[in-house]
Write a protein that binds this ligand. Structure first.
Ligand SMILES: Cc1ncc(COP(=O)(O)O)c(C=O)c1O
Length: 396
């Protein structure tokens, strides 16, 4: 990095433990190649390629015009919290009250605040690997000990409950679950959730359940650990608006947790962002209460693309891809190409003009895989397959 001044930058030690999200790095590299006149197909970034539905945009515009432009309560407006409580109670089939809901700018802050609030130095935090890179980054940042649970392809990228059981000990403070999962598209079944709950038993361990893709399940239903008897009070459920309503840039998500923990998170919010933007929250009420047909349309379009893209990947030499049952990613095994993940992702970007992510950027157990987002048009997805196939024919 270039020096900004002649004075040495004396960062806090903890900054060296903070990780990054490679999707943003690859996007930057891809943009640089585009700057040189190359044509790139973007399958690296994890956001819906659809516009935010019109009814939600309209509600946001009206909220701005009506003056929803000031500070609001740290944990969100009561009406939105109530609406979220109602929605979560309906979808997870458990009673939820508004004071158990915390509204924040995106799903990510719930990870940040949960780890700040719960994990002490030396506490162990179990998390999925490969998994969303921010989990490990934040665990390290707070100086807790990251304990990865490998997600294995032969188990359809679900949790191996026996492995989970072997990792739990008296230092375990928190277990992070994510279903549907980024990057594998794996989905925890009702039985998986039940078995995980059994393994936790009545230990005083909290669970951060990242359910940001809960409305993007293609086969079967979404199941949450918060629905398990006795686990609701030990669960912090993360969900939000980014993926479900194509609202990534609005920055709004929420956590559902016991009300005493919500009060501590409220204090963290007061010490950082103050609150989530007010007009955004009014649009959020419309998102949850209004017409849901756009959510269904997006889901069926992602499913159509998933089917075609996974079938296409399986025709390419060296690639084999399980069917992901949720989210909008394909996670093919590329070991038969003889390449490691990162060099293959790099070379496909540079030589084939297809941007993807190395599985290893999601943790060591992601080595041997690439992640492609199907949040792009069918035409682009088909063109990406052609380019990759062409590259493999020339180079493998
Ligand atoms: C598993 C997972 N959780 C949370 C998030 C963050 O969502 P948000 O953009 O609402 O902060 C993402 C975004 O990619 C994700 O993949």
């Amino acid at each position: 990095m270039p020096k900004a001044t002649q004075h040495e930058l004396r960062l806090a030690g903890r900054m060296s433990r903070l990780g990054n999200e490679s999707a943003f790095e690859v996007l930057q590299r891809a943009r640089a190649l585009e700057g040189q006149g190359k044509h790139i197909i973007h399958l690296e970034i994890g956001e819906p390629d659809f516009e935010t539905p019109q009814n939600i945009v309209q509600a946001g515009i009206e909220a701005l015009q009506k003056g929803w432009t000031h500070y609001g309560p740290a944990v969100g407006y009561p009406e939105l919290r109530q609406t979220i409580a109602h929605e979560v109670a309906r979808t997870r089939r458990v009673p939820v009250s508004a004071n158990e809901v915390v509204v924040v700018p995106g799903g990510k802050p719930i990870m940040f605040y949960t780890l700040l609030a719960l994990a002490d130095v030396g506490d162990e935090v179990i998390y999925p690997n490969p998994g969303f890179p921010i989990y490990e980054s934040m665990i390290r940042y707070v100086n807790a000990r990251p304990v990865p649970v490998p997600l294995r392809e032969e188990k359809d990228f679900s949790f191996d409950v026996n492995e989970l059981a072997s990792l739990i000990n008296h230092k375990t403070k928190l277990i992070i679950l994510n279903s549907p999962q980024n990057p594998t598209g794996g989905v925890l079944t009702k039985q998986d959730i039940h078995d995980i709950a059994d393994v936790i038993g009545d230990r005083n361990i909290m669970v951060l359940s990242d359910e940001i893709y809960s409305r993007l399940v293609f086969e079967g239903e979404h199941h949450s650990i918060m629905s398990e008897p006795d686990l609701k009070d030990r669960t912090i459920m993360l969900d939000g608006f980014s993926k479900t309503y194509a609202m990534t840039g609005w920055r709004m998500g929420y956590g559902v947790m016991r009300s005493d923990l919500a009060e501590h998170i409220s204090l963290l919010i007061t010490n950082s962002t103050s609150c989530t933007s007010s007009f955004t929250q009014i649009a959020g009420i419309e998102a949850l209460r209004g017409d849901q047909s756009s959510v269904d349309k997006m889901r069926s379009e992602f499913k159509r693309r998933r089917d075609a893209f996974v079938a296409g990947l399986n025709q390419i030499k060296g690639f084999s891809c399980r069917m992901p049952h949720g989210a909008f990613y394909a996670f093919p095994n590329i070991t038969a190409t003889g390449w490691k993940s990162k060099p293959l992702a790099d070379v496909l970007l540079d030589q084939a003009g297809v941007a993807s992510l190395s599985g290893a950027s999601f943790g060591e157990y992601g080595e041997g895989y690439l992640r492609f987002s199907v949040a792009n048009s069918m035409e682009n997805l088909m063109q990406a397959l052609e380019r990759i196939e062409q590259w493999t024919k020339t180079n493998l």
